[in-house]
Design a binder for this molecule. Structure first.
Ligand code: DCP
Ligand code: CA
Ligand code: CA
Length: 366
């Protein structure tokens, strides 16, 4: 399931002041240069009826709502964050695995709970929506589907307060008529390019030869577009752990660009990070390198692996690859070097939340 809260910032505002509910409400990020400069963060659905949209300059929104009893409010992120946390903690109790993506959105893997039954999943989604509404006062839209990609698209189909369930056998017929721009990762530029090849709907994309897509967009994007058009996505719902990253940084014996000297250090940092990982029962997916150069400037690089791993050999090899790329970007010598792993998943269940280590010196081993 993908859960997305409706007109989130504006709904937060309505909740704290119910009198707003009958008026167009526009939440604004004022840039402070002039009284009206800045952009619309979001608006309630009443304001949207007048053509107000996220990202629109405030003065245009004001023009659209001229002579109308509309309310313009500045963003209050702290308050929205607090509301988000309450809703997400409740939603989390509905999932086998829960992955929040952004302030008002989360994926819930409920496969085990509903034993793979989509009718049951549908009832379960209704129950989730009802609880969020009754306990916290918010409406949301939910998409239920065999994977994250389709669930996300489904959630966007019916808003606000929607529920869209796409059973496995209906994925292709659901996607076919949609404009390609509904697929995540297809923005205006890609859309225009595809238009030239006569691709405007997902069906057009699905029928387009994959090799031609690859030659136009490169292997990885070409394959992604091809799979996405068939509703194929095997990205798992990834439950984030409390610790977000583990990192170690150390000063080199001398300033150098010699890879073998730097790798000696990163290898020992990797070993250190790795043993902490094992103690905490995490596997990682993202590996990063950071270097402080002789002029004290910072350079960093990171890579996200296809699958989570706990393998020290992979960690070291990825670091080596990243170091190479990093050195290609500069002529300066390296002064300090750091290793970071993140995007954790729990390997075993019985872990407690533990400390986060940011930029600590490695402890000397005696
Ligand atoms: N947001 C923003 N600027 C944007 C887009 C979004 O500040 N250009 C903020 C305000 C939104 C929140 O992020 O309330 C969530 O974004 P959504 O895209 O989910 O939009 P809404 O929740 O506002 O509306 P919808 O009902 O369409 O989901
Ligand atoms: Ca939303
Ligand atoms: Ca959203």
């Amino acid at each position: 399931m993908l859960l997305d809260l409706d007109y989130f910032f504006a709904q937060c505002e309505e909740l704290r002041n119910p009198a707003l509910k009958t008026k167009p409400v526009v939440v604004c990020v004022y840039s402070g240069r002039t009284e009206e400069s800045g952009a619309v963060s979001t608006s309630n659905y009443l304001a949207r009826e007048y053509g107000v949209k996220s990202g629109m300059p405030i003065f245009i929104a004001k023009k659209k709502l001229q002579d109308i009893d509309a309310v313009f409010l500045p963003v209050d992120y702290d308050y929205y964050e607090e509301m988000s946390q309450r809703i997400m903690s409740l939603a989390k109790t509905f999932a086998d695995r829960f992955e929040q993506v952004g302030i008002d959105e989360a994926y819930l893997d409920v496969t085990e709970r509903v034993q793979g039954d989509f009718d049951e999943a549908s009832a379960f989604a209704q129950e989730l929506k009802r609880e969020i509404k009754e306990k916290l006062g918010f409406t949301c839209s939910v998409g239920v589907a065999p994977n994250k990609l389709v669930a996300k698209i489904a959630a966007d189909i019916q808003k606000p307060d929607g529920l869209t369930v796409i059973k496995p056998g209906r994925v292709q017929s659901f996607l076919n008529p949609l404009p390609v721009g509904r697929l995540p990762g297809i923005g205006i530029k890609t859309r225009e390019k595809m238009q030239v090849f006569g691709i405007s709907t997902v069906e057009d994309l699905a029928e387009y030869d994959v090799q031609s897509l690859i030659s136009q967009f490169g292997r990885s994007l070409g394959n992604y577009f091809h799979n996405a058009s068939a509703g194929i996505d095997d990205d798992p719902v990834q439950q984030k752990t409390e610790t977000e990253s583990i990192s170690r940084i150390a000063t080199l014996k001398e300033n150098t660009r010699e890879p073998s000297l730097i790798l000696e250090k990163t290898d020992s940092l990797c070993e250190d990070v790795h043993s902490t990982l094992l103690q905490q029962g995490f596997s990682f997916r993202t590996v990063g390198i950071a270097a402080v150069m002789v002029d004290m400037s910072m350079k960093s690089r990171s890579k996200t692996l296809e699958n989570p791993t706990t393998d020290l050999v992979i960690l070291k090899a990825t670091l080596k690859e990243l170091l190479q790329k990093l050195l290609e970007e500069t002529d300066l010598k390296v002064r300090r070097i750091g290793v970071r792993v993140s995007s954790f998943e729990k390997e075993h269940k019985k872990q407690r939340p533990l400390t986060t280590y940011f930029s600590q010196e490695p402890q000397k081993k005696s």
